[in-house]
Design a protein around this ligand. Structure first.
Ligand SMILES: Cc1cc2nc3c(=O)[nH]c(=O)nc-3n(C[C@H](O)[C@H](O)[C@H](O)COP(=O)(O)O)c2cc1C
Length: 214
């Protein structure tokens, strides 16, 4: 029976580092344990400092991303809100160096896609079991996938890593490379930055916020 062997819930080739005696009756047990577990390095626990310090990085050290950190980055995605909790997205964790090279080509020849950790976030509107027209379900799935990637991006920053969000991609080429029918929404490339950068300027608050009175 599947539930008697919790190992079966892991995808082939990826098993979280942390070991828990999983009780199938406790929901989110593994997720919670991963999120609580200490990573190998100091984590920035101030959410606002993490947000303020995050910068897109296109030059990574060759240093690998530790499995404990990969676990946390993936677990963070799983904490993101999704439309009615149907979780209309999936993550492809690219381990193959060859596939990473092919993804460079599929992502408009952007060389930094060959990063130490590459996650492709795909939309899965079929998971969104709501009685709405297809275009609404697709809209929910893209929002689910985008939010999940954003959560992972912030988690990576909190763990002392940097990232680049790749939106400029050829959807079909990415699908061919990773072998799926699911459409990608973004590729998140993560690693240790070669250098820490200052925050980029943003527009004035006046241009950002529109106050609606009545
Ligand atoms: C939807 C989206 C698509 C993006 N696509 C790419 C991309 O294909 N290649 C790239 O180098 N950066 C891409 N970026 C990163 C942006 O260029 C970057 O976030 C922006 O310049 C702001 O800089 P910051 O992230 O350092 O604050 C993308 C970001 C977003 C949110």
């Amino acid at each position: 029976m599947e539930q008697d062997n919790p190992k079966k819930i892991y995808p082939q080739g990826y098993e979280p580092k942390i070991k828990v005696d999983e009780n199938p009756n406790i929901r989110n047990q593994l997720l919670n344990e991963i999120l609580k577990a200490s990573p190998t390095e100091v984590v920035d626990t101030d959410l606002f400092a993490v947000m303020a310090k995050r910068r897109s990085t296109r030059k990574f050290k060759k240093q690998i991303v530790e499995t404990e950190k990969v676990d946390k980055i993936i677990a963070a995605a799983d904490t993101a809100p999704t439309a009615r909790n149907f979780q209309g997205f999936e993550i492809f964790y690219i381990k193959s160096p060859q596939k990473k090279k092919e993804l460079i080509e599929a992502c408009n020849k952007q060389p930094y896609v060959n990063a130490p950790l590459v996650l492709v976030f795909c939309k899965n509107p079929d998971r969104v079991k709501l009685d709405f027209p297809e275009h609404i379900l697709k809209k929910f799935a893209i929002q689910d996938a985008t939010l999940a990637a954003a959560y992972s991006q912030l988690a990576a920053q909190a763990l002392g890593l940097s990232s680049i969000w790749i939106g400029m991609l050829d959807e079909q080429k990415v699908m061919d490379v990773i072998g799926t029918d699911l459409t990608p929404s973004s590729v998140l490339c993560i690693g240790y930055p070669e250098q820490v950068k200052f925050p980029k300027p943003r527009r004035n608050l006046k241009e950002l916020v529109h106050v609606v009175w009545d």
